[in-house]
Design a protein around this ligand. Structure first.
Ligand code: GDP
Ligand code: MG
Length: 187
C-alpha cells in the first residue's frame, strides 16, 4: 500500500513517508565502465567519454517493487585498485564490483576488491550485499574472461553475478542496480 500526499484531516496531519535509502558504491579498475554504467542507470543513455578521474555521488528516487527508495550511487575512480576504502566502506549499503569481460587484468583487480570488501561486510550485522558485474558483453569477440570465471569468483565470495553492457539495453543495467536495492532490503 502506497502513501500519497499528506492528507489533512480535522485534527491530525498524516505526513508523507520518507523514502528508504540505499547507498551503492561502484568499484573496479579504471576503464571497466563504472561511469558508463552509472550514467546509463541514471539517464538511460550511454556516454562513451567520461572523465576517468572524476569520482562523484549521484542520487535518484527509484521505485523498486512498487516501493520508493532514494538510491545514491558513488562512482569511484581509484587509480590502482583498492585505496582509501574508508571513504565508502561504512557509507555503502551495497557494493557493485565491476570488470570488463574483454580485460583479464580488470577481473584480477575485482578479486582484490572482493578480498578487501568481503572481510568487512562479513563482520556487519546485517551483511551488505556485493554484486560482481562483468561489463561490455557487446565486446564478446574480444572476451578474455569467461562467464564461468565470473560465476566461480562470485561463488567464492558469496556474491551475486551478472554480465551486462553499458552501451546496450537500459533494462538489464537498471536490473543490476535494482537487485542491489532488493538485496540490501532483504539483509
Ligand atoms: P571507468 O573508468 O570504470 O569509469 O570506465 P568508463 O565508464 O569511463 O569507460 C571506460 C571506456 O570503456 C570508455 O571508453 C567507455 O566508452 C567504454 N565502455 C564503457 N562501458 C562499455 C560497454 O559496455 N561496452 C563498450 N564497448 N565500451 C564501454
Ligand atoms: Mg569513471
Amino acid at each position: 500500500l502506497m502513501f500519497g500526499k499528506a492528507r489533512t484531516c480535522n485534527i491530525v496531519t498524516i505526513p508523507e513517508h520518507e523514502p528508504a535509502e540505499c547507498n551503492i558504491v561502484v568499484l573496479g579498475a579504471i576503464g571497466s565502465g563504472k561511469s558508463a554504467l552509472t550514467v546509463k542507470f541514471l539517464t538511460k543513455r550511454f556516454i562513451s567519454e567520461y572523465d576517468p578521474n572524476l569520482e562523484d555521488t549521484y542520487s535518484s528516487e527509484e521505485m523498486v517493487d512498487q516501493q520508493p527508495v532514494q538510491v545514491r550511487v558513488m562512482d569511484t575512480a581509484d587509480q590502482d585498485g583498492p585505496v582509501n576504502c574508508e571513504r565508502y566502506l561504512a557509507w555503502a549499503s551495497a557494493f557493485l564490483v565491476v570488470y570488463s569481460i574483454d580485460n583479464k587484468c580488470s577481473f584480477e583487480i575485482c578479486q582484490q576488491y572482493l578480498e578487501m570488501v568481503t572481510p568487512y561486510t562479513k563482520g556487519l550485522q546485517p551483511e551488505s550485499p556485493i554484486i560482481l558485474l562483468g561489463n561490455k558483453v557487446d565486446m564478446e569477440r574480444y572476451r578474455q574472461v569467461s562467464q564461468t570465471d565470473g560465476e566461480t569468483l562470485a561463488a567464492r565470495f558469496g556474491c551475486t553475478f551478472f554480465e551486462v553492457s553499458a552501451c546496450l539495453d537500459f533494462p538489464s543495467v537498471q536490473h543490476v542496480f535494482h537487485e542491489a536495492v532488493r538485496e540490501a532490503r532483504r539483509e
